[in-house]
Design a protein around this ligand. Structure first.
Ligand code: FES
Ligand code: MG
Length: 608
């Protein structure tokens, strides 16, 4: 039998599916297809297999990434789903990012992962792609890349880890890592206990088991319609997780046939739904930055949804999910309470149910067609509160929009995770640290001029100042105060904070301290800082003229010394140079300007 692909009298359509799409350029389309086929046949695929819709599976396994340790099993299950549904599954790697093994920070590499994802799903002849991610930066990176590539994709996450156990108490990464480390610093637990805890805080494969960034982004993917409704909460090590993977494979084949693209699925309503869920789960502050990056990749939505939108939706959305760090429970509890299906049912009055999802049905249709039996709100195992009896009335995440300290309107606080609510309206004198090294050198010094009402200010940890904007915003309580029982202080920085952390902490101050125009950059020890969460006010009580003079003097100094990261943007090589030159500020998503939908020509509207 003669294969019609080699009939030179017929045209080959590069807009077609499978191996024919966007042919590698050998000049001659027939020869290109011939080459593709002969090489892929070396993998053992038959003509029959190669005639099926091709569903790519992005493999983000790495032996440095325990959050993705189950990826090989997930790929097996996805392949089963694809192949049972008549598709051909082909997995391929992209980079893998784990929070603890991505120096200087995983955020520094998020945009690299998004470029890898975008380019590899463009480059290869896949009709649809299943994006397997999980750890904090991986799912945002994948969605950013997918929106830019605009090929049909569906997300599959690795799933949360199980909680561990220590002396009869459940523990889990990483709220309990931080809480227990703070107790150890304060001398409340000893070296043997802290060593024993180290064995139990991440007891299985999977992502951090609290409402940190990974769990938050998983819930948002469901709300956005980019992941099936059951996809967010099943534990990494559960059989449910494997069944979700198999189903995702089936959806992948459907998607290859419908050709539904992310730029079509994702509308303003999808993002408003995601923000409602973000507020209702008391999600990670990092999600605000990721959402801005994701939205600004979308040609029709870029710039139309801002940090102010997150704040405005927060004012109408109560916190319903009782998980650490805002509450007490773990992701397994949310899963056992019905997961996102139960939460979305609860939130129905606040959602746009006509938003489209990756299945081709609307969110409302998905909810109506998925069997659901609520646990009942009187059941003590139910960690999802009713709208009428929330854990926190509204505004779990707030964005400061007034005052002179963060004119970029990116300054964010997870107010629901404040440990001392009196600090939500506070006035105190600044104790300023210039970067993480200065902080480490002085924070525990017995002579540090600080008391419980001081405002701890850390600058130089923004997107450019400390490339990748490290999660150092959880400034430790000075040891002498911790030993006196001070558990929370007002803390302000231009950095980020782990979604698993709590405290009265303002993050993402913009323009960042390293920017010569930054107000944060000229705050001095003893300046009075006012933070009023209800008023969304963040102010340093220094007159406009005095601030202007300080900024001018500092700018001259920066030019003279010439070593500030801002200046080394011009000379740094490689990825670091690209990062320093192109990264934008938190309110735009810490993305590279040339990757945004506005592109490099839109950069004038963004910060320079
Ligand atoms: Fe991967 Fe927390 S380190 S999710
Ligand atoms: Mg994290």
């Amino acid at each position: 039998q003669i294969n019609p692909d080699y009939d030179l009298s017929t045209a080959i359509d590069p807009n077609s599916v499978g191996l024919r799409q966007k042919l590698t350029s050998y000049g001659d389309a027939h020869f290109s297809l011939f080459m593709r086929k002969l090489f892929i046949k070396a993998m053992g695929y038959s003509e029959d297999a190669l005639s099926r819709p091709i569903v790519g599976i992005v493999n983000t396994y790495s032996s440095f990434n325990p959050c993705h340790a189950n990826v090989p099993q997930l790929i097996d299950a996805v392949k089963r789903g694809v192949q049972l549904s008549g598709g051909l599954a082909i997995d391929f790697p992209t980079i893998s990012l784990h929070e603890s093994f991505s120096a200087p920070t995983s955020m520094y590499l998020r945009n690299l992962m998004s470029m890898d994802t975008e380019e590899m799903i463009q480059a290869q002849p896949v009709d649809a792609v299943i994006l397997i991610g999980g750890c904090d930066k991986t799912t945002p990176a994948q969605l950013m890349g997918a929106i830019s590539a605009n090929k049909p994709v569906i997300h599959l996450i690795t799933g949360p880890m199980m909680p561990g156990s220590f002396q009869g108490t459940r523990v889990g990464a990483c709220t309990d890592c931080r809480n227990n480390w703070a107790k150890f610093r304060a001398g409340a637990i000893d070296i043997e206990d802290i060593s024993a805890l180290n064995e139990e805080l991440a007891p299985t494969a999977g992502t951090c088991g609290v409402m940190g960034t990974a769990s938050t982004m998983a819930c948002l993917l469901v709300a956005l319609g980019m992941m099936p409704i059951h996809g967010a909460t099943a534990p990494a090590v559960s059989s449910a997780r494997l069944r979700i993977a198999e189903t995702t494979g089936t959806y992948g084949v459907q998607l290859a046939k419908t050709g539904l693209q992310p730029q079509t699925i994702l509308t303003r309503k999808s993002f408003l739904n995601a923000i409602t869920v973000l507020q209702a789960i008391g999600g990670s502050t990092n999600a605000m930055v990721h959402l801005m990056a994701i939205i600004n990749r979308h040609p029709l939505l870029a710039g139309t949804i801002t940090p102010e939108t997150i704040d405005a939706i927060g004012r109408q959305t109560p916190l319903l999910v009782d998980l650490k760090p805002s509450g007490d429970n773990y992701m397994t509890d949310l899963h056992n309470a019905g997961g996102m299906l139960a939460l979305l049912h609860e939130l129905k009055p606040l959602l746009h149910l006509d938003a489209l999802t990756v299945t081709g049905r609307t969110l409302g249709e998905e909810l109506a067609s998925t069997p659901f039996r609520p646990l009942g709100h009187d059941n003590p195992a139910n960690c999802i509160r009713p709208l009428t009896n929330p854990l926190y009335p509204s505004s779990a995440l707030v964005v400061f929009q007034r005052g002179n300290l963060s004119p970029g309107s990116a300054a964010t606080m997870k107010a629901s995770a404040s440990k001392d609510r009196r600090l939500l309206k506070h006035r105190g004198r600044a104790v300023v640290f210039d970067g993480s090294a200065d902080l480490a050198a002085r924070i525990d010094h017995p002579d540090l001029a600080v008391d419980k009402d001081s405002v701890l200010v850390l600058r130089g940890i923004g997107p450019v100042g400390n490339p990748g904007m490290p999660e150092a915003g959880l400034i430790p309580i000075p040891r002498k105060l911790a030993a006196q029982g001070v558990a929370d202080m007002l803390r302000i920085s231009d950095g980020r904070m782990s979604g698993t952390a709590g405290g009265t902490i303002v993050l993402h101050v913009s323009p960042e301290g390293a920017d010569p125009s930054s107000v944060l950059g000229v705050v001095r020890d003893g300046d009075v800082i006012v933070c009023d969460v209800e008023e969304r006010l963040l102010n340093v009580e220094v007159g406009d003229e005095e601030l202007r003079q300080r900024i001018e003097q500092r700018a001259q100094y920066l030019v003279k010394v010439g070593t500030a990261p801002w200046v080394s943007r011009e000379t740094a090589r490689g990825y670091r140079g690209l990062y320093l030159r192109e990264v934008n500020q938190a309110e735009h998503g810490v993305d590279f300007r040339f990757l945004t939908a506005a592109g490099p020509r839109g950069a004038e509207q963004q910060d320079s």
